[in-house]
Ligand binder design. Structure first.
Ligand code: GAL
Length: 815
């Protein structure tokens, strides 16, 4: 097996004490040089096993995203009880129609200095991971989303030979309600330390007092193998701009396993918030009998969170509502394989929409996402489970719950309890256990674990069975009652429950396909069409869900609602409701505010008009190419932060509309239901609160498709082999208007210091494979993703299609 050198981080230490050159913490991320087999192989764990015929892959790797899509990959005959179904029916595309089921093996080699303490850390492995080092089983971890670690010190070769790491993964059929991904889809690290060391996630930082003048910071450091040793811990606190703002040098012992505690005062602290995500660092040196043993860095933030009955949620003393979204973990065309630039891309789009919070539905996130939320300023609700002891899926987590729930909770809580962005834990989503008479006991068991591991954050649970949980004590027991949908019952819940606040833990589930419009524009549950799409007038939803306007109003009208997490920020693979019952080829969701190709749908601008208070939003829908509809009624909607606007078609006024309280929809949207279609120009002029003209926007009927235009906000990429640029492809007419119904096949060629990574078009029925360099446009658009290589230079992307001029995009790749 060929090994390419992995990324290594050495932390050498200097101090006033005996400087031991050997005292280092070494973290190696195993990315390159893996071998992969889809299938099972006897003795594949053995060190001597010949894997030369296996595929070469880099990790993170998702074995299922390369397809092919197939109806039989996840064909099921089930009743989805959460969707109010009582009888089984044939379900297609629920998990993305991708081949995630089955067994897979990964093998690689790693070298470590002998005599060190060696720990493997898996950020997540899908799923039922069995980890072997040099042929011996090192650990097993069933839940595919959680991070876990195993001490492999005893299994390391003593003669200095490279060590063989083998991982067997198995995904059972019917183990998920959405696309889970498959394989080593998150990073794997080798951590070596001295014998006396801080274990994985071994620190806990709290801020017992936070004021404008000063904050008290308390750091508890676990130190392993240090019983009876005289310990010295020197910790320096670094401010967001890298200055040392506090420092302590303390001596002591580990008494009865109690962590080593230090306290600091940070004067004039810079608070963490979504608007100013200030982060501090505590860098600790650990000495035993005056010899340096370890150096450990903990990143944290200083902020206060308060959830006050009747009054709501306060961050740093300021009242605010969660303007949040739920997201599944897949990255659309990249599948589940984690990539930092893809996550950053998602968060940037959400930020511009005015979103300030993320719920990791319904599982532990990638650590990279939590880090980005800390850095970019998003509050987080982290959630571990979609299932407890009662099944939703035949082979779901209920098989492991009794034995593993506490271990899973502990890992999640310890891993993320120092992250400022995390403001609340969830213990589960719509678990059937909520309706069992003793269900509250299970909830209490999980909530107690949260309180024990992290006394600083409250606990919620996404509940959908409102009658059950209001009557059986389940909702009353939680720190924060969280309701999924059922907005009409919030008031009752507020009055009946002792907490006197209500969280919209999951809201809306409006469905739409980007660029698809159905007439007339009317509110409708479970609307089904021959083309298997949903209308982008944002008035369609599922039997259990609702339009966004209702949730906006609830947030504005009641102090005791603490905000919402919309289902979902991004479309995801799987759960193609309302086309999940024998409706192949639908295989991805329609709930997203942003489509699977990361292109905002019209709904994005509706949320932006309400949530982003610092920017102007003025958006017109639909497009203006309605051949055959001349003289007929086309509904026109405008999403804007301005209170009123006037619409013109070819210069003729269609009247002025002002937001008003006559209906919930009129409160947030400006609508002209009977605009006679004439090709040409549709223009909107917006007026501010004083009736002054504030902005205008227009759309034109596009002529014949003429060219491909490639547009991107990315101006350079890092030569790290991972950085991505998202490029939007538009089929345009001669004048630069989008041809809004074009669906031609486009081919891509990438040259230079990078490669074609994937493309997507956001069409939930499209079976084009993401990793192949061709894709149909969907309503005139698609997204191409290119990935930087490891050398500086340029990447040139060329997109060509029959009948139109090709497009080109060039981006530099720098060191
Ligand atoms: C909820 C559920 C989500 C998703 C959503 C679709 O009930 O919690 O996982 O299924 O419905 O609307």
């Amino acid at each position: 097996m060929k090994i390419t050198r992995p990324i290594t981080v050495f932390l050498f230490l200097a101090s006033a004490f005996t400087a031991s050159l050997y005292a280092q913490r070494n973290i190696t991320t195993l990315e390159k040089g893996w071998k992969f087999l889809k299938g099972d192989a006897p003795q594949a764990e053995s060190a001597e096993f010949n894997d030369s015929k296996w595929e070469n892959v880099t990790v993170p790797h998702d074995w299922a995203i390369f397809g092919p899509f197939d109806r039989n990959n996840d064909l099921q005959n089930v009743a989805v009880t959460q969707n109010l179904e009582t009888q089984a029916s044939v379900k297609t595309g629920r998990t993305g129609g991708l081949p995630y089921v089955g067994t897979g093996w990964y093998r690689t080699e790693f070298d470590v200095e002998t005599g060190k303490q060696t720990t493997l850390v898996f950020d997540g492995a899908m799923s039922e991971a069995r980890v072997y080092v040099n042929g011996q089983e090192a650990c097993f971890w069933p839940l595919g989303y959680n991070s876990f670690h195993c001490d492999v010190t005893g299994l390391i070769n003593k003669d200095g030979k490279d060590n063989v790491l083998a991982v067997r993964l198995e995904n059972r059929p019917q183990s998920s309600r959405w696309y889970p991904g498959a394989g080593l889809y998150r990073n794997v690290h080798v951590v070596t330390t001295e014998k006396i060391h801080v274990p994985v996630w071994g620190t806990q930082i709290t801020t017992p007092y936070v004021g404008q003048d000063y904050a008290s910071v308390s750091l508890r450091t676990e130190i392993i193998n240090a019983e009876k040793k005289k310990l010295t811990v020197i910790t320096k606190i670094y401010s967001p701009d890298g200055k040392i703002v506090a420092e302590k040098n303390n001596q002591g012992f580990i008494n009865h396993g109690q962590p080593f505690t230090q306290n600091f005062i940070v004067n004039n602290p810079l608070m963490w918030s979504p608007e100013s995500p200030n982060l501090y660092k505590a860098v600790s040196e650990i000495y035993a009998d005056d010899t340096l043993q370890d150096k450990y860095t903990t990143t944290f933030g200083i902020r206060t969170i308060e959830y006050i009955a009747d009054k709501g949620f306060f961050l740093n003393g300021k009242h605010r509502k969660f303007q949040g979204v739920c997201n599944h973990h897949d990255l659309g065309p990249l599948g589940a394989a984690v990539n930092v630039s893809a996550l950053r891309h998602q968060l940037k789009l959400l930020k511009d929409m005015g979103c300030d919070a993320i719920r990791t539905a319904h599982n532990m996130p990638a650590p990279e996402l939590v880090r980005l939320c800390d850095e970019m300023g998003f509050m987080m609700m982290i959630e571990p489970f979609d299932e407890w002891d009662i099944a939703k899926c035949d082979n779901g987590y209920h098989r492991f719950f009794n034995e593993w729930a506490e271990k899973d909770m502990v890992n999640m809580l310890r891993q993320y309890r120092n992250n400022a962005c995390v403001v609340m834990w969830s213990i589960g989503n719509e678990v059937p256990t909520q309706c069992s008479p003793e269900g509250y006991k299970v909830a209490k068991f999980l909530q107690d674990i949260c309180h024990r591991e992290d006394p600083t954050r409250p606990v919620t649970c996404g509940m959908d069975q409102v009658s059950c949980v209001l009557n059986n004590g389940f909702a009353a027991m939680l720190d924060i009652p969280g309701f999924n949908y059922r907005a009409h019952r919030y008031e009752e819940a507020y009055e009946k429950l002792p907490q006197n606040i209500v969280l919209g833990s999951e809201t809306s589930s409006t469905v739409s396909s980007r660029g698809v419009y159905k007439f007339p524009a009317v509110k409708k549950a479970q609307a089904i069409y021959d083309d298997h799409q949903s209308s982008s007038y944002d008035l369609e939803y599922c039997s259990w869900s609702n339009i966004p306007d209702i949730d906006f109003a609830l947030a504005e009208d009641h102090e005791w609602t603490i905000g919402q997490f919309v289902w979902t920020g991004f479309d995801y693979l799987g759960e193609p409701s309302p086309y999940d019952t024998d409706a192949w080829p639908n295989h991805s969701s329609m709930f997203g505010i942003i489509d699977l190709a990361s292109i905002p749908k019209d709904r994005y601008y509706l949320y932006r008009s309400v949530w982003n208070k610092n920017a102007e939003t003025l958006h017109i829908l639909p497009h203006w190419n309605w051949e055959g509809y001349e003289g007929k009624d086309i509904p026109v909607f405008v999403y804007t932060n301005y209170p009123s606007a006037e619409l013109f078609v070819n210069g003729v006024s269609q009247g002025k509309r002002t937001k008003n309280d006559s209906t919930v929809v009129n409160r947030y949207r400006l609508m002209w239901h009977n605009v006679k279609y004439h090709p040409g120009e549709v223009k909107v002029v917006a007026y501010d609160n004083n009736g002054n003209k504030a902005a205008e926007k227009s759309l034109h009927t596009a002529g014949k498709p003429y060219r491909i235009r490639l547009v991107s906000e990315y101006t350079s990429l890092k030569a790290d082999g991972k950085d991505l640029a998202y490029v939007t492809l538009r089929i345009e007419d001669k004048d630069g208007n989008l041809c809004p119904t074009d669906g031609r096949m486009v081919n891509f060629r990438v040259d230079g210091e990078g490669k074609y990574k994937a493309s997507a078009n956001g069409d939930p029925t499209c079976l084009d494979l993401f990793h192949k360099p061709q894709m149909h446009a969907f309503n005139g658009m698609l997204t191409v993703i290119v990935q930087a290589g490891e050398k500086p230079g340029k990447i040139r992307l060329r997109a060509s299609a029959k009948g139109v001029k090709a497009g080109e995009f060039v981006i530099p790749v720098t060191e």
